[in-house]
Each structure stands twice: as structure tokens, then as C-alpha cells.
Design a protein around this ligand. Structure first.
Ligand code: SAH
Length: 253
């Protein structure tokens, strides 16, 4: 199914958010990842200039947000809901990782509407709210400090949704294509460069073969740290040849 359509079927539900800034941050997190359906369950303060400020270009998501009185109202029409919680609950659904649970969420989104449900900044989700959900996710963290900012938790999940919807290849950046890249240089080409460099260094007096020190191994170490490409070898050898021509040593290669 079209990834954008899948993402449009994921609603983000914020239960009783206290800080309007976090609502704005959540809207921005959603829009950057292609989600747009925001539900607010009893927000303490909304609309609010602080929410607009934190949303920056995602104010349209805020303007379309649906404000409801309870989580069940936010889940009307949704067939699958994921509770976001740093803590395992006694009777709640089994807690999974973001990546594995988002795969399931997207499979469900292929059938209809789904939801990611986030809790209040201070108290998290209530046990009752968790029980309305069919799955739970805990974002892996430092065990000594496991609570993310609400907007950050929304960002992590929306990112996972985008990655999963586009099967790991979102179309924003041309992945793996480095401008100017050429094929890796072969062993003999690299050795040819070292030989050329040694000759120029000797001819110009920079290197004295009678007192070699550790210059040659150090240069091998330097160039060995990077994977030289054919074009790069040509450039380096071109510089060496130009040096030879100017200094009257050897012929232009
Ligand atoms: N103090 C609250 C956490 C509030 S953070 C508590 O102990 O539950 C606000 C919301 O962000 C949480 O309710 C949860 O939905 C989400 N969140 C924050 N950190 C998370 C984590 N590590 N894993 C899953 N959800 C998290």
C-alpha cells in the first residue's frame, strides 16, 4: 500500500497533556514524519500560543486536532491502539520495542485506522487507559533515566512509522549516493601512487633514503585509513607529476 496513505491512518493521541508546548512539539514531530491526525484528550491548555510556537510550520496539524473527553472517544473508528509507557503494567498488554510493534501497527493500518497513545507528562497513562490498547511499547532507554519528554517520545515513534512505511527507504534523501564517487582503487594503483610519492619526495629533497626514519610507513598509515578511489589516485598522481615538471625532475606521467 502507498506509504503516505498508511501514515495518514495513524492517529496520535495525547492523553491529558499538561504543557501546550509539548502539544506543539508533538505536532511538529508528526508532520516531519508524514503523520497528521492528532487527538487531544482533555488537554489542560489548548489552543495556546506556546503550542503554536513549538509547532512552527506544523500549526495546520494543531488546527485540525480533535479535542475529546476520553480515550475511548479518541479511539472511535480505530481498530488497533498502542499504549506508550516506560513502565510495564501489571495487567497491560505485553510490552514490545518500537520497531517490532510499529511493524504490526502498519500491518493493521493496511486494514484501517490505528492509534499511538501517549500519557500525561507527570503521571503517564492510567492503567485504565492502557487497557483500551491492544499493544504496549516501551522505548529502550538508560534504565536509570527512562522517561522521555512527551514530544520526543512522539518523534521516536513517528520516525519508526516512517521508516517502516517506506521499508527503511524513505524517499527524502538519495541514500548511498555520494556525489563524485568513483570505484575503489586497486592494490596496484595504490602501490603505484606510493612509488610515485616516494620518488617526488626523494627528488625534491623532502625524503632522504639514506635516513628513511618512519616517513614511508607513516604515509602508508595515513592513506591506509581511507579507502582511496580511482579518481583520487589520479588527482594525487597528477599533483605529483605537475610537481615533477615544475622542479625539472622526471617527465610528466
Ligand atoms: N512520568 C511518566 C512519564 C511521562 S512522559 C511516567 O512515569 O509514566 C510522557 C509520555 O511520553 C508517557 O506517558 C509515554 O506515553 C511517553 N514516554 C516517555 N518515555 C517513554 C518511554 N521510554 N517509552 C515509552 N513511552 C514513553
Amino acid at each position: 500500500m502507498n506509504p503516505e496513505l498508511l501514515l495518514s491512518r495513524i492517529r496520535v493521541v495525547l492523553c491529558r497533556p499538561s504543557h501546550p508546548g509539548n502539544i506543539g512539539a508533538a505536532a511538529r514531530a508528526m508532520k516531519t514524519m508524514g503523520l497528521s491526525d492528532l487527538y487531544l484528550v482533555q488537554p489542560k491548555q489548548f489552543p495556546d500560543p506556546e503550542a503554536d510556537a513549538r509547532a512552527t510550520g506544523a500549526v495546520d496539524v494543531l488546527n485540525r486536532a480533535k479535542i475529546v473527553d476520553s480515550l475511548p472517544q479518541a479511539l472511535v473508528g480505530a481498530s488497533f491502539a498502542v499504549a506508550m509507557s516506560a513502565r510495564q503494567r501489571d495487567l497491560g498488554p505485553v510490552v514490545g520495542t518500537p520497531r517490532e510493534t510499529v511493524q504490526r501497527l502498519l500491518a493493521e493500518a493496511g486494514q484501517g485506522e490505528v492509534a499511538l497513545v501517549f500519557g500525561n507528562e507527570t503521571h503517564g497513562l492510567s492503567n485504565e487507559e492502557v487497557l483500551y490498547c491492544q499493544a504496549a511499547v516501551s522505548i529502550p532507554t538508560n534504565p536509570d533515566f527512562s522517561s522521555l519528554n512527551l514530544g520526543s517520545a512522539v518523534q521516536v515513534m513517528c520516525y519508526e512509522c516512517r521508516m517502516s512505511a517506506f521499508a527503511g527507504k524513505p524517499p527524502i534523501i538519495e541514500q548511498g549516493v555520494t556525489p563524485f564517487a568513483s570505484a575503489p582503487a586497486a592494490h596496484d594503483e595504490v602501490e603505484g601512487f606510493y612509488g610515485h610519492l616516494e620518488k617526488v619526495m626523494t627528488d625534491t629533497g623532502f625524503y632522504n633514503p639514506a635516513q628513511p626514519g618512519r616517513l614511508l610507513p607513516k604515509l602508508r598509515r595515513l592513506f591506509g585509513r581511507i579507502r582511496l578511489e580511482k579518481d583520487e589516485i589520479n588527482i594525487l598522481r597528477g599533483i605529483l607529476s605537475a610537481t615533477q615538471v615544475r622542479t625539472g625532475h622526471g617527465r610528466k606521467e
